[in-house]
Design a protein around this ligand. Sequence first.
Ligand code: SF4
Length: 221
Amino acid sequence: MILSLIALSEALGLGPDPQAILRPLQQLYLELDRSLASRAAGHGLPCHEGCDACCHEAVFLSAPEVLLVMAHLLEVRTLTELEQLVAQMTTLSERFADELELLETLMPGAERDEVAARVAFRCPLLGGDGRCSIYSVRELNARTFGQSWDPHGDQAYGCGLTHQRLRVLPDQGRSLYDAREARRRLVAAVPGTERVHVYPWWFARYGALLLAAKSESSART
Ligand code: SF4
């Protein structure tokens, strides 16, 4: 185990055993992906790997989700690539400093949605080919968005493309997996998922620890 990954886990408030967080999170993703796919089967939804329609806006994720993304990045990216990524995220964090500060305090609801809508940017994790570069470990919202149903709003949890497709189906998508149930399962299965924020906020705060972890693992090999 890389010592700095432990430091990262602790700094994120997730304790000294990253695997105790990563294991249940990956297991949950596996189960949810299966459930989402089976409930979406036959709907012909436009959401698929390679569609980046939802990757140009504020996407919220929790500390465990960040830890999994960072653990993956440690394996697949060089130190130079990680330095560039952290620099990009930090620049975005500075550009939207006022909004990100507000989002720290706002509860989910109309006001938070209005502030979040102002935080529009191309996700730095989106590859030049328009594909998510961390697809296998992408956040929960990316897994449920365009694939699930929001019973509160009585509409699909997805973008305009999803809504357009579902309008022509007899059940309008109500048989899709419940997006809020997916979030409830995450909170129940993995500790530390209550607080959420956007990628630039997380990377601006914890990117230095990610770089330290990469330096440490590079020095050992
Ligand atoms: S991490 Fe991947 S899925 Fe999530 S917003 Fe960025 S590019 Fe899109």
